[in-house]
Design a binder for this molecule. Sequence first.
Ligand code: NAD
Length: 479
Amino acid sequence: MKEFKQFINGKFVKSTSSEMIKILNPCTEEVISLVPTGSVSDANEALDAAKNAQHAWKSLTAIERAGYLNKMATVIRENRVFLAETLASEQAKVMGLAQVEIDVTADYFDYNAGWARRIEGEIIQSDRKKEHIFLHKAPIGVAVGILPWNFPFFVMARKIAPSLVTGNTCIINPSSVAPNTVMEFAQLIEKVGIPAGVLNFVCGKGSIVGNALSKSPITGIISLTGSVGAGQKVMEAASINITKVSLELGGKAPAIVCADADIDLAVKAVVDSRIIFSGQVCNCAERAYVEASIYDEFMDKVTKRMSALKVEDAFSENNPDMSSMVSKDQIDKVEEMVEFAKKEGAEVLVGGKRSARFDKGYFYQPTLLTNVTQNMQIIQEEVFGPVLPVMKFGDLDEAIALANDCEFGLTSSIFSENYNKVMYACDELEFGETYVNREHFEAIQGFHAGWKKSGLGGADGKHGMEEYLQTKVIYAQYR
Ligand code: NAD
């Protein structure tokens, strides 16, 4: 069984805490690895290492720093199947999707490396004679990236790539639920030859390691992807030193299906989006609003599609649609929410319980709910599982009001062939992303950012990279 160590200051070191966390394969419930619980002193060691390495790192040219990112992309591609298998085994992501995550991660490093020659400042006209006002973009210093378990490898790159290319050093704290693929990447870093201290990996609980990293005066920016609760804790810790935060938090994405939509396309997109990775995705469609005149047809087609989904072991060669949920905690939560919805009057059209086909693992059936109302928990709170509640609406204004009536504002979608309706909805929906006539899934060159409780700041593209830059103004008077 694999036993991981911390990666601090260019070396694999044991944690000062001797306790280890057992990582399970969710499909089989077998222990597959041990990772350190991590300690405050591990976090402090990494902070010192990152601080000490930062000046030399920022003094390299951007294109030299980008060279390391390109090498990271190369080692990922050289190990793509091994990394996908590691990912599939630690979190029950079906192999096809696990492979996509690994491949997109390699692309993400290359994409960010491409920004090296494009990071630009500005020159502003001065009110004084013989003066230039220069707007410089400088690295902030030490960047801390705290990861969720659901897309640990990709989100790792979301933190590392923009921070390093802009001249920050970086500390990664992977989730204790699924740290293996990230820690395997740490082992590949040796091949990249990145200078010691520039990139560090400290395992351990958020409440201990994440908290120590967040409240340190050394930290320049904390980028967290996780739940609203973790975001609030990070903001609290960051407030001690007024440290910058970038938060990618939960979602409750609505999908609006209008009567003039291509119904087959909408059915496919909504179901695919809802059940990808067993529904454990922040941006996937979590509730559907369907125009009354097509409701019956839509429900009939969704029922057929959801009933036909293949739920298998993540390594099945049967091309499964989904697999086990990540943990007992997650399946317990989903089960509890569905049971509560039933008590509140929801009717189960498909699924609605754990799968009885498996002796081991945390398999929940794809679940379709009707007879739900806007004030129910299942419509208002994030359900991180393959559960789709569907409601009817009368007109588009009503659908938009229902969609916006939520504390989250991450993603949303609309299905309609009417350009005017679509543009109107895009203007009115209070979400960081709106997908038109397609499933929910963002592009690496876009900007992934939530409104309301879904987050602060954002990731990806030019604007995501700018999060890691401090703007400095220089008033240059000459004679
Ligand atoms: P989580 O909040 O349980 O944990 C996320 C990370 O925060 C973990 O690494 C955890 O150790 C850390 N953490 C917890 N408490 C902390 C503290 N006090 N200080 C510092 N760090 C702390 O979330 P999760 O269960 O891993 O992931 C699922 C959640 O993440 C869902 O709500 C999902 O919507 C969200 N998510 C959002 C996005 C996005 O881009 N908006 C992407 C993926 C997941």
